[in-house]
Every structure is written in C-alpha cells, then in structure tokens.
Ligand binder design. Structure first.
Ligand SMILES: [Zn+2]
Length: 230
C-alpha cells in the first residue's frame, strides 16, 4: 500500500473511530473520564511495574500532587510487589492488565476462559500482596472484543481504554521523546484518559512536560483517582 493511500485511509478512519467510540463510551468501556468522577485529566500507566522507571514516575507524580492509575501485568508485579504497595500508599490506584499481557494471543487469538483466567490471576496476586481488589481492567493492546468484554463481566471488572496516547509503544515508537511530548501537548484535552507506559524510558521525559502544561491550563490531576482510591 502506498504512503499516500495509507494516509487517506487514516484520515477517513479517525473520525469514524471517534464517532463509534462516542456511541459506546461509558456503556461497554470508558474511553474518556467517567462522568461521575471529578478532575480534568486521568493519567494512566500500562505494563509496569518497572523496577527503575516506576519509582521515578511515582516521585514525579508526588512532586506535582498528581495521581494516576497503574494497569499492572501480573508476571511483572510478582517480581516487584513492594512497588504495588508503594503505588497504593501514595494514593494511586492499581488496575488489571492481565497476568501475561496475552502476548501469545495477539489479534484476539485467545478464548474467553483464558481472559477470565488472566484477569483472575492478576487480581489474586494484587490482592495477596496488598489487600487491594482491582475493579478496572485494560485489555492488552486495547483489544475490546466479545471475549474481553465477557471476561470483565465474569470477573466483576469494568473496562477502561483511553482517548489520548503518545504512541511510544507502537505507531510512534521511532519518535524522539521531545516530538512525542509536542504531539501530546497539541492533542490532550480536558476529560481525556491519557495512556503512558511505565516500562518505556520516554515516559520519564514526557510526564513532567504533560503535568506542567496541564497544571498551567488549570487541570486538576488528582481528584478523579482520589475518589476511586477512597
Ligand atoms: Zn500493555
């Protein structure tokens, strides 16, 4: 496929996807901030905890008085249980991102039973280490499909996706942190759910800029998660 054709497809697809999302938003999954919580921007991190980056991100959030949701992978959390407790002690919320990240089932090549097992194993690990019960689930790669929707229902979770991301994990993985930061600051709007990755070094550069700009705009980065953590 030629580059021009691809960009035309992308241009057409974006508004269609946005319209589809607004139809299902808060019914099947949250793409933007749930209407019943306050605050102006929801910061979320996937794929941690990371032994080096997660503590630094926690310090940045603390320094700014901001709170976040950490969607952890069970098999990473089991190696760094103290980081789970640290997240909760500092007022953040832990979300469920499966036990293995379903990386051998890319494209939805897994069963509903597998999804239920993955969510349950991650939830049980977090509960055993911290006493905290996860209620939010984010499917790896944002795969919202019948199997992941049945999985969240069976395990008593609700699905949270996102409305803005830097793309440092995929479509913009070859961009410099500076360019990803510029892109984000142009894109982010009030009530967005913002996706970052705490296992990606670029997040360390992007987060302080995002926080600074959001707070200059008067955005409240704490109330939504404080309400969920209560
Ligand atoms: Zn992930």
């Amino acid at each position: 496929m030629g580059v021009a054709f691809k960009s035309v497809v992308r241009t057409i697809r974006r508004p269609v996807l946005r319209a589809l999302r607004s139809v299902v938003d808060h019914r099947l999954a949250d793409f933007r901030m749930p209407p019943d919580i306050g605050g102006d921007l929801l910061l979320t991190f996937d794929d941690g905890p990371h032994p080096e980056y997660t503590p630094r991100l926690l310090d940045m959030l603390d320094a700014a008085g901001a709170r976040a949701i950490f969607f952890v992978i069970g098999e990473r959390a089991v190696r760094h249980p103290a980081l789970l407790r640290d997240c909760l002690d500092r007022g953040h919320v832990i979300g469920n991102h499966t036990f293995t990240h379903l990386n051998d089932g890319i494209g939805g090549h897994y069963t509903t039973e597998r999804v239920i097992d993955e969510i349950t194993r991650c939830a049980e690990l977090v509960a055993a280490e911290t006493g905290f019960r996860t209620t939010l689930f984010r499917p790896p790669r944002g795969e919202m499909n019948l199997k992941t929707l049945r999985g969240v229902r069976a395990t008593g979770h609700s699905m949270m996706l996102w409305s803005v991301e830097g793309g440092e994990w995929g479509i913009r993985s070859d961009w410099a942190a500076q360019d990803i930061g510029d892109y984000i600051l142009r894109t982010v709007r009030r009530r967005d759910i913002f996706l970052m990755h705490d296992d990606n070094e670029k997040t360390l550069h992007v987060l302080p800029r995002l926080i600074r700009t959001a707070q200059e705009r008067g955005y409240d980065l704490a109330s939504a998660v404080a309400r969920m953590a209560a």
